[in-house]
Each structure stands twice: as structure tokens, then as C-alpha cells.
Design a protein around this ligand. Structure first.
Ligand code: ADP
Ligand code: MG
Length: 213
């Protein structure tokens, strides 16, 4: 029997659904059930849900669905507030991308020598997960080409604003094609998020999952 929150209600390829079953993802979490139909339909999305609610898969499945594995260029960029969160998102994205063997996910974060990242970028990647400062640095060095970007994700956007990344986020967003899809995830919805979304998103749909206490 298929429940309303089964991943199989989504227009995802059979190999992706089989991979989710293998990962033990049987039912969508509430934020996934709310966000995925909107994101998979190509809309910009403002999504609010608490930590631990499965936000990574909510954006990763949507961005991977649009990605063309045969085109070896950066098609998805995920900005995260910290190096640790970027690494976690990269690990989860790789697990979700397993149905497509040849998707390369690269992290570009601060606190490690830029030299290694420059070398890795030369070899190319489909998905970049990074911190705003380092992504901006690599753009300024012209080591990162975002001209073929399809999806921009701002993960934990409220924390990135708290950490003072607003100018970097603006600069990175300006370097992305206007036709991209933007997905913004946040645990809270402060005024700064509303301003950011007005500047960089196109008719975003809002989904919000209240936390139950
Ligand atoms: P958030 O970003 O909202 O804090 P994560 O994306 O890190 O949450 O997910 C939290 C945990 O839940 C992870 O260990 C992830 O593997 C797991 N998870 C996500 N979606 C599902 C699902 N549909 N079924 C089971 N586990 C899931
Ligand atoms: Mg998260």
C-alpha cells in the first residue's frame, strides 16, 4: 500500500526510489512532503523547519533530479554556514546520488588550504557544497564557473546571516544565472531572510513545518 507520504508519490525515477528504500527512507518527513513537490516542479522555495527534520534530502533530491550527469560542469551549489555542515550535506548528497554512479560532489570550505580545492575544481564537479567565504574566494580567482548552474541552495540561511555572510551570499547569487532555481532552507524566519528572498528569488513558494512540543 502506498501512503500519502511515500516517496513513490513523487515523480522520481525508479532507481532513485529504490536507492531511498535501500537507505531505509520509507516515508517522507513532513518538510520533505511539503517541499519536494514544489521544488521538483521547478519553483523557487522558502522552507522553514527545525533541525533534524530531513531538510537535506528535501533539497538534494530536487537538485539532483534536474542535474544532467553527462554534462560535467557545476550544476548545483549548496551554501552552508560551517565546514562541518557542508561536509554533512556532501555525505548525504552522495548517498542520495548513488542511483547515478557518476555524480561528483565536491566540498569547498574555509580552514583548509585553497590549493587542494583549486586542483579538485580543475578536475570538475557536478555539485559544489561550500561555505560562502570560500566559494566567493574561488569565484574571485575565476576557479569556479557558475554559468551552467541550475540550482542554488541556501542551507541554514538564518545561521549564515547570523555569521555575517550576507554580502558573500549576495555576491555568489549575482554570479549565478538568473534562470536558476533557488531553494532557501532555514530553521527560523527573521526579517533578514525575507529581505534576502525578495532580492534573489523569483515568486518563491513558502512551506513551513511547525515544530510540535
Ligand atoms: P536537517 O537538515 O533538517 O537538520 P538532516 O537532513 O540532516 O536534517 O536529516 C536528519 C537525519 O534524518 C539524517 O540522519 C538523515 O539521514 C535522516 N533522514 C532524512 N530523511 C529521512 C527519511 N525520509 N526517512 C528516514 N530518515 C531520514
Ligand atoms: Mg541541515
Amino acid at each position: 500500500m502506498t501512503s500519502a507520504t511515500s516517496f513513490s508519490t513523487l515523480a522520481l525515477p525508479p532507481a532513485v526510489l529504490a536507492n531511498l528504500t535501500q537507505l531505509g527512507y520509507l516515508e517522507m518527513t513532513p518538510i520533505q512532503a511539503a517541499a519536494l513537490p514544489v521544488a521538483l516542479a521547478g519553483h523557487d522555495l522558502l522552507a522553514q523547519a527545525k533541525t533534524g527534520s530531513g531538510k537535506t534530502a528535501a533539497f538534494a533530491l530536487a537538485m539532483l533530479d534536474k542535474l544532467n550527469p553527462r554534462h560535467f560542469g557545476v550544476q548545483c551549489l549548496v551554501l552552508c554556514p560551517t565546514r562541518e555542515l557542508a561536509e554533512q550535506v556532501a555525505v548525504e548528497t552522495r548517498r542520495l546520488a548513488r542511483a547515478e554512479e557518476n555524480i561528483k560532489v565536491l566540498t569547498v570550505v574555509g580552514g583548509v588550504p585553497v590549493r587542494n580545492q583549486l586542483a579538485s575544481l580543475e578536475h570538475g564537479a557536478h555539485v559544489i557544497v561550500g561555505t560562502p567565504g570560500r566559494v566567493m574566494d574561488l569565484l574571485e580567482r575565476e576557479a569556479l564557473d557558475l554559468s551552467g548552474l541550475k540550482t542554488l541552495v541556501l542551507d541554514e540561511a538564518d545561521r549564515m546571516l547570523d555569521m555575517g555572510f550576507v554580502d558573500d551570499i549576495k555576491a555568489v547569487a549575482s554570479a549565478c544565472p538568473k534562470t536558476r532555481q533557488t531553494l532557501l532552507f532555514s530553521a527560523t524566519y527573521p526579517e533578514g531572510i525575507a529581505r534576502l528572498s525578495q532580492q534573489f528569488m523569483r515568486n518563491p513558494q513558502t512551506v513551513k513545518v511547525e515544530s510540535r512540543h
